[in-house]
Each structure stands twice: as structure tokens, then as C-alpha cells.
Design a protein around this ligand. Structure first.
Ligand SMILES: Nc1ncnc2c1ncn2[C@@H]1O[C@H](COP(=O)(O)OP(=O)(O)OP(=O)(O)O)[C@@H](O)[C@H]1O
Length: 264
């Protein structure tokens, strides 16, 4: 199995003018294999987004190195797709124009890009909405469009920072299944951040459990559950064993974080 993302001795301290620096992440080593679905969970402020933003090339590390497919991360990379908690669609563009935007910016719109956009819009049930504007879509539909936009260039790496946390439980579970379908159809390495432990277990091959003060990777839990996964899995005893294990590793602080996020 080839290595996809390498995080090697990475730490991050945020310098703040006129205020003490914030040590967000201590020495962290993590390797993701090609095609792996890997989630990061942990209490608020443990450095999950900091790791994702460094892998995305949006943030420099203070020390250590990050590589994707063997090449150092030096900035945003067209072969890395990113989905954030908010869909960040441009409100003056239609859904179709939004999903084609990264290809347009990269000057790479071709028949195959359009075919890919059409295919992904169909897979996510958005075909009939492609000429609508973001404000005409529900939150779940907007997030589907953001996922299609991230996948249109067929990136080798997909980074997702709490992509479903603003959605209701039913929509979240539906999108979990859609995401797994898309990932199975075109395998890619996924780094996924969530506060929802059942979501992490349902989606992932492995889960990195982080701790705070200072932010660090505490343990990696393997999710040895067969694929393809389907909703019944959520009531399976083996599934719940893993959920309990991850919850136990995070500790009681997480209950507070989960309810805060749930209430948001
Ligand atoms: N630009 C910044 N300047 C200063 N401190 C920052 C900055 N960004 C993040 N931090 C701090 O770094 C630490 C890690 O933040 P980060 O957002 O990576 O955590 P997280 O685990 O993703 O949190 P959450 O689950 O709440 O999104 C926190 O203490 C946060 O306050």
C-alpha cells in the first residue's frame, strides 16, 4: 500500500501580536495510506483543523514536514479537494457554475470536467437544481454541492473539516452514505474531521484520537468493520464497541463538546 499523506514531527504555534503565543499542536507523526478514510476526533481546540489546514497548504507548520504523495506541501494544491463546515458557495453563481469554479480557476474546464460535474450532481440528487442559486437550496443540498465542487477535479486527497456538523441527524446520515458511495466509486485518501464519534466509526478505516493542552495525537483506533457499510451497522454490537472505545479515549470532556456542537 502506498503512502499518501505524511505528517512528520509537525508542531504548530500561533504567534499573536501583543499576546502570548498559542501552542496548538505538539510534535505529531501521522501517515495516511493511499485510498484510506481517516478521521480525526477530539475535544475542541486539540488542533484538528490546524492539522487539516497544514495538509491543505493553507497554513505553515512551525516545525516538521508534510508531504502528499512524496512531495512537500508548499501551498494549496489542485489535487487536494477541501470541504469545510460551511458550504462557502458563491451566492451569485448557480450550483453548476459553483461546482465548475475550481476547474475554471485552474483553466481546466473540459468536456470530461463537465461530464464529471453532471455525473456527481446526479449521484448526489442535485441534477434538477444545477441552475438554481445557493440561497434556493437547503443546508444539506448546499453541502452536497460543496462536495461535488471538491470532487470535480477528481482530487487524490479529500480534506473535510466537520462537513456535516451543521446538518440535522437524518441529513447527516444520508450524506454519510452518499460520501461513502462517492469514495468507493473513485477511491481517494480522505482526512475527515468530526465531533461525532458514531459518524467517525461509520465512515473510517482508522480514527486518530486527539487530546488537548497541548494538542496531540493520543492514539489511533482501527475500525475493522466490513465494507460496504450500511445504516444497520449503526445498531451492531461490534460498531458500538468501537464507539465506546473512542469515547473512552477522548474522556469526559467530550460529552460537553458534543452537546455544545449539537446545540449549535
Ligand atoms: N489563527 C489562530 N491564532 C491563534 N490561535 C489559534 C488560531 N487558530 C487556532 N488557534 C488555537 O489553536 C488551538 C487549536 O485550534 P484548532 O482550531 O486547530 O482546534 P480544533 O481541534 O479544530 O477545534 P474545534 O474542534 O473547536 O474546531 C486552539 O487553542 C485555538 O484557539
Amino acid at each position: 500500500m502506498s503512502v499518501s499523506i505524511e505528517i512528520d514531527g509537525v508542531s504548530k504555534t500561533y504567534d499573536r501580536p501583543g499576546a502570548p503565543p498559542v501552542k496548538a499542536l505538539t510534535h505529531t507523526d501521522l501517515t495516511l495510506n493511499e485510498g484510506e478514510f481517516f478521521s480525526l476526533v477530539g475535544p475542541s481546540g486539540c488542533g484538528k483543523s490546524t492539522i487539516l489546514n497544514m495538509v491543505a497548504g493553507l497554513l505553515d507548520s512551525t516545525s516538521g514536514s508534510l508531504r502528499i504523495a512524496g512531495s512537500p506541501v508548499t501551498g494549496p494544491n489542485p489535487s487536494t479537494g477541501i470541504v469545510f463546515q460551511k458550504a462557502t458557495l458563491l451566492r451569485w453563481l448557480t450550483v453548476y457554475e459553483n461546482v465548475l469554479l475550481p476547474a475554471k480557476v485552474a483553466n481546466a474546464i473540459s468536456t470530461s470536467t463537465r461530464d464529471m460535474a453532471d455525473h456527481l450532481l446526479q449521484l448526489t440528487g442535485l441534477s434538477d437544481f444545477k441552475d438554481r442559486y445557493p440561497s434556493e437550496l437547503s443546508g444539506g443540498m448546499q453541502q452536497r454541492a460543496a462536495i461535488v465542487r471538491a470532487l470535480v477535479n477528481n482530487p487524490t486527497v479529500l480534506l473535510m473539516d466537520e462537513p456535516f456538523s451543521a446538518l440535522d441527524e437524518f441529513t447527516r446520515e444520508t450524506l454519510n452514505d452518499e460520501l461513502l458511495r462517492l469514495w468507493t466509486e473513485r477511491p481517494k485518501t480522505v482526512l475527515f474531521i468530526t465531533h461525532n464519534i458514531t459518524e467517525a466509526v461509520y465512515l473510517s478505516d482508522r480514527i486518530g484520537v486527539m487530546n488537548t493542552k497541548p494538542g496531540r495525537l493520543k492514539e489511533i483506533v482501527e475500525v475493522k468493520l466490513a465494507r460496504p457499510r450500511s445504516p444497520e451497522l449503526r445498531t451492531d454490537a461490534a460498531f458500538y464497541d468501537i464507539v465506546r472505545r473512542v469515547r473512552g479515549l477522548i474522556g469526559p470532556m467530550h460529552e460537553e463538546t458534543e452537546s455544545r456542537v449539537g446545540a449549535a
